[in-house]
Design a protein around this ligand. Structure first.
Ligand code: BES
Ligand code: ZN
Length: 615
């Protein structure tokens, strides 16, 4: 083969690969067909006094022979200097397209042989991925804390990157933090502080940008199993280790289902309560809310969920945010298979019933936006956050459950095992999944296609009529107790001793709309819901308290909303308060104090619910 011929065939191959690998991502300015990043060397200093991260992102890139530019995503960053290859001299760069949601396109011209692009930059206080906490916002109250949350498109506020889930890279990082603090990333992590405050990180599996993560604080480590452990502030770490004692068993159960865990260790970092989510599946190091530390291990399905993402999401990744259900629906299904293995079917039945209820509510809420009821979304021009609803999670779950029911568990599991292993470290669109399902499964089962209503499930709104409606016997017992209470029984006479969080949620969520003030008082005085230290129970009870104008709970609602920043808890409470003039006043008073404790993603949501205007 002559070298020109080899050259040309390489080019053809490269273009071909590009065509099949990159689904068009409406949420990134990068142009992966021309040039993509391969590896990141990040060198940064975390400065708590200015609440700024400053340093350089050195990207090893790959490009076609004809590409003359590489395009990055940035938002609220200051770009100080760009260099290419080995030169230290400032190189040209410019800003291209710009958009309120997407940020600014950074364009760097390339020479024919360019393989390295280094961007010197700093974050700004507006960099939304980062939350900076003062000492009084931490458990220890002595040292500040910072953490990042990059999913869906906030990585571009932490560093200039090609912020698209379809583009993967490995990374190494050098991070300088104050000497008395520990830094952790979604990478190989230290287990103790060192004297220099300098930490080195390595992530040797290719990951998309939304899985970059960093946390810095007064953090300790405690091992759980051989490959598992927890990180948290010193006063929280014991409690966390007790709560998550089953982590190693979960990992074993997960591997038994869908193949070997590919990431080495699996640790969890428990963050201060302002963390805006329940959990975030940062590879090797799940970030988690402390609100699952209930002291009875009843909310550990959150860990099963984030762990399951090590396959669904981190190994096989949604190609764009329009395919988000491939991350979350698969993960909800996998989560429930793990918790079924550990805690039995009756536990999962309860979770599935709660999930189905909230799915039906979401479908009703999206009555006027049927497009948002579809698994495959079109989020062009919108914040991908808008697609993060129960449709992706619970309709996605229901689709997979329906498949399991029609195909049989053994064959469905074999299909999923092969799906994960044959697409490891790749991305997936809904269309690619559909075609894989057809080749691997439907083609082997004449008649199956007719039963499953595939197109309707993936591309149409609502719930197809072959949905499997979950039922829970344990909830039937709860409903009986509730009926007795409503008919006049003393709450003390109800048989609640064995109830877990899920049963209490069922009980509280099912209050009739006309439940009297006296009955609310009776419940609170027997079960002490207002003073519960189980955040799920508090949240459900506080919502009912607002609905039923149960004012004795209001001071507790205020404390809860000031302390906790988990968006899932905040949203329904603020929404309910906004329904009355009295409630609006209460919402304003609380939010004025609470807002400072919320991460950007929670602020964005609550700002729009209560039409907040910066004073
Ligand atoms: N990946 C999500 C969190 C997320 C979704 C962040 C969309 C940003 C945009 C995480 O795995 C998740 O689903 N968390 C849930 C946990 C629950 C389903 C067990 C949460 O935070 O409530
Ligand atoms: Zn998830």
């Amino acid at each position: 083969m002559t070298s020109t011929f080899r050259h040309i065939s390489f080019l053809i191959l490269f273009f071909f690969l590009c065509k099949i690998s990159f689904a068009t991502d409406p949420h990134s300015f990068s142009i992966p067909e021309n040039a993509i990043v391969n590896k990141l060397f990040l060198d940064i200093k975390v400065d708590f006094s200015s609440k700024i991260i400053r340093g350089k992102a050195k990207w090893i890139i790959q490009k076609t022979d004809t590409a003359t530019t590489i395009h990055f995503d940035t938002k609220n960053l200051i770009i100080e200097k760009v260099t290419i290859d080995e030169s230290e001299l400032p190189w040209k760069f410019s800003f291209g397209r710009s958009d309120e949601i997407l940020g600014h396109e950074l364009i760097i011209p390339l020479q024919k042989q360019t393989t390295v692009v280094t961007i010197y930059y700093s974050t700004t206080p507006e960099s939304a991925a980062c939350q900076w906490l003062d000492p009084n916002q931490t458990a220890g109250k002595k040292l500040p804390f910072m953490f990042t949350q990059c999913e869906a498109i906030l990585a571009r506020t932490l560093l200039p990157c090609q912020d698209s889930p379809g583009i993967r890279f490995t990374y190494e990082a050098n991070v300088q933090v104050p000497e008395n603090m520990l830094a952790l990333m979604s990478a190989e992590n230290p287990q103790a502080k060192n004297e220099t405050g300098k930490y080195h990180f390595n992530m040797s599996n290719p990951i998309p940008s939304y899985l970059i993560a960093l946390a810095v604080g007064d953090i300790e480590f405690k091992p759980i199993g051989e490959r598992t452990g927890v990180y948290a502030e010193p006063s929280v770490v014991e409690k966390a280790a007790w709560e998550f004692a089953d982590m190693q068993k979960m990992l074993d159960a997960a591997e038994k289902l869908y193949g070997a865990y590919q990431w080495g260790r699996y640790d969890v970092l428990v963050l201060p309560p302002s963390f805006p989510f329940g959990g975030m599946e940062n590879p090797r190091l799940t970030f988690a809310t402390p609100t699952v530390l209930t002291g009875d291990r009843s909310l550990v399905s959150l860990i099963a969920h984030e762990m399951a993402h090590s396959w669904s999401g981190n190994l096989v990744t949604n190609a764009t945010w329009n395919d988000f259900w491939l991350n979350e629906g698969f993960t909800d299904y996998f989560e429930r298979r793990i918790t079924e293995a550990l805690y039995g079917k009756s536990f999962v039945d309860m979770e599935a019933v709660l999930g189905m209820q909230s799915l039906q509510q979401t479908i009703a809420d999206f009555d006027s936006t049927p497009a948002l009821q579809c698994l495959k979304l079109n989020l062009s021009g919108m914040d991908p956050d808008e697609g993060a609803s129960d449709i992706a999670y619970e309709k996605g779950y229901s689709f997979l459950k329906m498949m399991e029911t029609n195909v049989g568990r053994d064959e469905w599991d074999a299909f999923l095992l092969k799906y994960f292993s044959s697409h490891a470290f790749q991305t997936m669109t809904t269309e690619q999944f559909e075609s894989y399902l057809r080749t691997e499964l439907l083609s082997k089962h004449p008649g199956l296609e007719k039963k499953i209503h595939l197109h309707q499930w993936l591309y149409e709104p609502g719930l197809p009529d072959n949905v499997v409606i979950p039922v829970s016997e344990r909830f039937n017992a709860v409903d009986d107790a509730e009926k007795k209470f409503i008919e006049g029984a003393n709450p003390k006479s109800l048989r609640v001793a064995a109830w877990t969080t899920q049963e209490w949620l069922r009980f509280i969520n099912e209050f009739p709309t006309d439940l009297s003030f006296e009955k609310m008082v009776a419940l609170d005085s027997v079960f002490h819901f207002s003073k519960s230290n189980n955040s799920e129970i508090e949240d459900a009870w506080f919502l009912q308290s607002l609905i039923h104008n149960y004012a004795p709970a209001y001071p507790y609602i205020k404390t809860f909303l000031i302390n906790v920043g988990r968006r899932k808890f905040l949203t329904p409470l603020y929404e309910e308060m906004m329904k009355s003039e009295e409630g609006k006043k209460l919402a304003m008073v609380i939010y004025k104090e609470a807002r400072i404790n919320y991460h950007y993603v929670s602020r964005e949501t609550i700002d729009s619910i209560i039409e907040w205007k910066q004073p």
